[in-house]
Design a protein around this ligand. Structure first.
Ligand SMILES: NC(=O)C1=CN([C@@H]2O[C@H](COP(=O)(O)OP(=O)(O)OC[C@H]3O[C@@H](n4cnc5c(N)ncnc54)[C@H](OP(=O)(O)O)[C@@H]3O)[C@@H](O)[C@H]2O)[C@@H](O)CC1
Ligand SMILES: [K+]
Length: 498
C-alpha cells in the first residue's frame, strides 16, 4: 500500500467525491460511522467528551457526537472556534447535532476551560486533522494542554491534533492520544517512533475512498504487506532440486559468540536456500555442526575468530557477514579483502557494521545492491547523528541511492531504503523481537533469500516481513517477554498464497 501525503489525501477525497459519486457531507458521515462503530466496540459503557475545532476534523467530531447520542450514549461537545470561521460540513453537522433534543454543546471562548471530565469519560480529540499547516498556538494550544493534563483515555480522530502527517512536528502542543483512528491509510507521521507518545495505538479505518486513485498517484513510501510480498514470491517448482536455490555462505561467530553464528545459519537454512555453509572460528566447528547439522562448515585457521578465507568465494551465490564476529584487526582485514574480491551483493550486520563505521571509506567498496541492516545507533555511527526520525529516513534514502545499496533501518516499523529512491515500512513484528540474536536471524534469512535469486530489494523486503511475521507467531505462543531469538527461527513460515 502506497503512503500518501496530506495533499494527496485531500485529492483522494475529491477523487472519491467525483468518482463514486458521493457528497462530501456523506463521506464525512461514512467516516464518522466507522469511528462510531470502532468506539462502540472498544468502549461500550463509557461517556464521551468531544473536543472540536471548526474545520472538517471538527465536523467529524460533531457527526460522531450525533451518532453516539442517537445510541443514547452520554456525550458532551466542546467547540473551540479560535479561527472565527467554520467549514461548510462542520456547519451542517453543527445544525444536525443541535436538532437532537438534549444535545450538550458548549462553545469555549479564550480563557474559559471546560470542567474536568468525569473520570470514566473518554476524550475524543477532533480539534485538527490533516489540515494542520502550522504549529498549534494560543487558546487552541491551551485546550491541547488541558486535554493532555487529564488522566482520561484519549481517542484522536484521523491524527492527534497538532501532529503533522508528513514532517517533523517539533515540540509544539500536540495531543497525546491512547488510540488514533486514522482514515483509510497510514500517514507517515503515524509510523515514526518519535511520535509514538502522541499517536498511541493506530487503527486504520476503511472509509471507502476509491481504490482506483492509488493507481494514478506516485509515492516514494510504501507499506510492506502480504500483497507486496506475494508480488515477488517465487513458487517452488515440483521438479526443482537443491541446485536451483543457491548456495549461501554465513561468516559469523567468535569465541563466546557462537550463538550468533548458529542463529543466522539456522535462519538461512529456513529461508529455502539450497545449500548453506557457515564459516566459523576453528573452535566453533562442533557447535555449528551439532546445532545446525543441515549446514556445511568451513573452519577459520584461527580457533577463536574469523581471520582468513582460503577458498574461492565466487561459488557462493550470496554471503552474509557480521553476526558475532567481533572487530579484531584480522577480521577487519578479511572484510576489506571480501569487499575487494567479491562482486555480488553482501549482507552486512552487527560487527561488520561496526567495522564499517570505523573504516567509512570502505562503504564505497560495497558491491552494488549489498544490504546493510543497522539499528538507529549503528546508522548514526555510519552516517552521522540525525535530529529526528524524518531526517533519518531521508538520509537513509539519500545514502541508499548514493552508495547503490539497500539500507534496512531496524526499529518497530523497520524501514527499507532502496537505491531506486523508494522507502518501505514493514508492518509485521513486535517489541518482543527487541532481544539478543534477533538481528542475527534476520541476516541469515535475507542472505538465504538473496542466494535463491531474489533481487536485493526483494530479499530485504521479504526477509524483514517474514522475520516480523515469525516474531508475531512467537509472541502469540510465548508472549513478548518470554520469546527469544531461537523462537523466531522455529516460527519462520512463508505465508500461503492462493
Ligand atoms: N481525507 C478524507 O477523505 C476525509 C477527511 N475528513 C476529515 O477532514 C480532515 C481534514 O479537514 P480540513 O482540511 O478541514 O482540516 P482540519 O484538520 O480540520 O483543519 C481545518 C483548518 O484549520 C486551520 N489550521 C491549520 N493549522 C492550524 C493550527 N495549527 N491551528 C489552528 N488552525 C489551523 C486550517 O485553515 P486556515 O486557518 O489555514 O485557513 C485548516 O484548513 C481530516 O483530518 C479528517 O478528519 C473526513 O471528514 C472525511 C473524509
Ligand atoms: K484530531
Amino acid at each position: 500500500m502506497k503512503l500518501l501525503n496530506a495533499s494527496q489525501i485531500r485529492e483522494w477525497d475529491q477523487y472519491t467525491i467525483q468518482d463514486e459519486p458521493i457528497s462530501s457531507i456523506d463521506l464525512m458521515e461514512r467516516a464518522a460511522r466507522a469511528c462510531r462503530d470502532w468506539i462502540r466496540r472498544q468502549f461500550p459503557t463509557h461517556s464521551f467528551d468531544i473536543f472540536c475545532c471548526t474545520g472538517n476534523n471538527g465536523g467529524d467530531g460533531l457527526a460522531i457526537a450525533r451518532l453516539l447520542m442517537l445510541m443514547r450514549i452520554p456525550v458532551k461537545v466542546f467547540i473551540v472556534n479560535a479561527a472565527g470561521k467554520a467549514s461548510r460540513d462542520f456547519t451542517t453537522n453543527l445544525e444536525r447535532l443541535k436538532a437532537i433534543p438534549g444535545a450538550n454543546i458548549i462553545e469555549l471562548t479564550s480563557g474559559t476551560f471546560p470542567p474536568p471530565p468525569d473520570p470514566s469519560a473518554i476524550i475524543i480529540d477532533a480539534l485538527l486533522g490533516t489540515g494542520i499547516n502550522r504549529p498549534i498556538e494560543g487558546f487552541t494550544g491551551e485546550i491541547v494542554s488541558f486535554i493532555n493534563a487529564q488522566s482520561n483515555k484519549v481517542i484522536a480522530i484521523d491524527m492527534p491534533s497538532g501532529l503533522q502527517s508528513d514532517t517533523y512536528s517539533g515540540t509544539t502542543p500536540i495531543i497525546q492520544a491512547n488510540h488514533t483512528l486514522t482514515f483509510q491509510i497510514f500517514k507517515l507521521g503515524l509510523l515514526m517512533p518519535c511520535n509514538a507518545g502522541h499517536f498511541g495505538q493506530v487503527h486504520v479505518l476503511d472509509i471507502g475512498l476509491a481504490p482506483a486513485y492509488l493507481t494514478t498517484v506516485e509515492s516514494k513510501y510504501e507499506l510492506t504487506e502480504k500483497t507486496l510480498f506475494a508480488s515477488f514470491y517465487k513458487t517452488r517448482e515440483n521438479y526443482a532440486h537443491k541446485g536451483n536455490f543457491g548456495h549461501a555462505l554465513i561468516i559469523a561467530g567468535s569465541y563466546g559468540k557462537m550463538g550468533a553464528a548458529v542463529l543466522s545459519t539456522k535462519a538461512c537454512l529456513r529461508s529455502g536456500a539450497g545449500l548453506v555453509t557457515a564459516h566459523v572460528p576453528g573452535k566453533g566447528v562442533n557447535i555449528i555442526q551439532t546445532s545446525a547439522p543441515e549446514a556445511m562448515c568451513q573452519t577459520d585457521p584461527d580457533g577463536e575468530m574469523i581471520t582468513t578465507i582460503q577458498y574461492p568465494l565466487k561459488s557462493y551465490s550470496a554471503i552474509g557477514i557480521g553476526p558475532g564476529t567481533g572487530t579484531h584487526p584480522s577480521t577487519q582485514k578479511l572484510l576489506q579483502h571480501i569487499f575487494n574480491s567479491y562482486s555480488q551483493p553482501l549482507v552486512l550486520d552487527a560487527d561488520a557494521l561496526n567495522i564499517l563505521s570505523e573504516n567509512k571509506p570502505w562503504l564505497n567498496l560495497l558491491p552494488e545492491n549489498s544490504i546493510i541492516t543497522p539499528h538507529p545507533k549503528e546508522f548514526s555511527r555510519l552516517f552521522g547523528e540525525q535530529s529526528n526520525d524524518f531526517e533519518r529516513i531521508e538520509t537513509a534514502l539519500e545514502q541508499a541511492s548514493h552508495l547503490k545499496i539497500i539500507i534496512i533501518l531496524k526499529g518497530h516499523r523497520t524501514f527499507i531504503a532502496t537505491p531506486a529512491g523508494k522507502g518501505y515500512f514493514n508492518t509485521t513484528g513486535n517489541a518482543g523481537m527487541a532481544t539478543g540474536g534477533s538481528g542475527d536471524v534476520l541476516t541469515g534469512l535475507i542472505t538465504g533469500l538473496l542466494a535463491q535469486g531474489y533481487t536485493a530489494a526483494e530479499a530485504a523486503i521479504m526477509g524483514v516481513y517474514l522475520h516480523g511475521l515469525a516474531g508475531d507467531k512467537a509472541a502469540a505462543v510465548y508472549g513478548m517477554e518470554a520469546m527469544i531469538a531461537g523462537d523466531l527461527v522455529k516460527k519462520l513460515r512463508f505465508p500461503a498464497f492462493e
